[in-house]
Design a binder for this molecule. Structure first.
Ligand code: DAH
Length: 359
């Protein structure tokens, strides 16, 4: 056997018996690397006469090919084995009973958000979202709250410390109303949307937490009037509380972004001293609403002579408390597992209008 033949069978045997990818790589470097034995042989070809090259070239080339092939084959085999081992070790037995795993639950706020989306989707509304870190213009100015307006102070805004060239800071949005602006700038009317999400105000007691949830509603179209607003709110509340005897009352109020502005209340009844939504015993305040102010429509590049609309904003946490009977808002955000176990919902309990949005 020639020297080259002997080298070939030795190298191939080593490669075939290599037991790890690292070992294969070491052999590759030793043979085909810059200082490798096969590389050294290949280099000798350059110094040969044409006749000598004709004789000695083919065995050397065949050595290179045999070594390259052996490396590729061994590498593939080791990789497959490694993958098989990993798959075997990471296998999950899907037939194990779920009860043995810790079970989470859906937070009432998430559940109510899903219920709201379901109800409003049925009325033809889309669901929109916006950033929780907002700029001054979207959160205030575009909503007809000028810099000197007392409503800015009323909102107890959390500002970020950095200021831009004009001395303005970004802030945590104080309400979901800026989503109105973002959507009107993005889409041409007709617009029919709800925007649920987190909002932030520097406020904390039994009925206020620094972070809470709102849902915004916005409808922009031609010939929209207060009757549309009242019907929408009433239809929504009946579906949400799953009672036909929920009636609403609109009270004149003030919001800079609506004119006229109204707060709306829903009727409740007293059952064993507890307030239950629906009936005729009293009124529960639920949210703000009104006809979108012409300035707001104009700020979004639309002509208020052509487009009108209504908007509303409701506290989602309050809706959850009224529907599911909790009385301390702070418990919503304590992350106490006992509370979540008691008030949480099964992950499979997806609200649908046909199946009931709450029960
Ligand atoms: N943004 C108001 C707030 O947080 C709530 C609100 C009132 C929203 C009236 C509206 C509206 O869209 O029309 O207090």
């Amino acid at each position: 056997m020639s020297e080259v033949e002997a080298l070939k069978s030795g190298l191939v045997a080593d490669i075939e018996s290599a037991d790890s990818l690292d070992a294969v790589e070491a052999l590759r470097v030793g043979a085909l690397g810059k200082q490798g034995v096969v590389t050294a042989l290949l280099k000798t070809l350059g110094g040969m006469s044409p006749d000598e090259r004709l004789e000695k070239g083919p065995p050397i080339q065949s050595l290179r090919e045999a070594v390259t092939d052996a490396i590729a084959t061994r590498k593939a085999a080791l990789e497959t084995a490694a993958l098989d081992a990993r798959l075997a070790s990471e296998r999950v037995d899907m037939t194990l009973p779920a009860a043995e795993a810790p079970q989470g639950s859906i937070h009432p706020v998430s559940q109510v958000m899903d219920e709201l989306a379901e109800i409003f989707a049925d009325l033809g509304f889309t669901v929109a979202t916006g950033p929780e870190i907002e700029d001054d213009w979207h959160n205030f100015t575009a909503l007809n709250i000028p810099e000197t307006h007392p409503a800015r102070a009323m909102h107890d805004t959390f500002y970020f410390p950095d200021k831009d060239a004009e001395g303005r800071s970004m802030l945590l949005r104080t309400h979901t109303s800026p989503v109105q602006i973002r959507e009107m700038l993005k889409h041409k009317p007709p617009i029919r949307l709800v925007a649920p999400g987190r909002v932030y105000r520097s406020d904390s007691d039994a009925t206020h937490t620094p972070m809470f949830h709102q849902i915004e509603g916005l409808v922009i179209d031609r010939d929209i009037h207060l009757g549309h607003l009242k019907w929408t709110l009433e239809t929504f509340l009946k579906a949400f509380f799953e009672r036909d005897d929920v009636t609403i009352r609109l009270r004149p109020s003030f919001f800079p972004f609506t004119e006229p502005s109204m707060e709306f209340d829903a009727s409740y009844s007293l059952v064993n001293g507890q307030r239950v939504m629906g009936g005729t015993d009293g009124w529960m305040e639920l949210g703000g609403s009104g006809m979108v102010h012409p300035n707001v429509i104009r700020n979004c590049g639309l002509d208020p002579a052509e487009w009108q609309g209504f908007a509303f904003g409701i506290g989602v946490d309050r809706l959850a408390m009224l529907k599911y009977g909790m009385n301390d808002l702070r418990a919503f955000f304590d992350g106490d597992l006992r509370w979540l176990k008691h008030y949480g919902f099964s992950a499979l309990d997806v609200p649908t209008l046909s199946g009931g949005v709450g029960a």
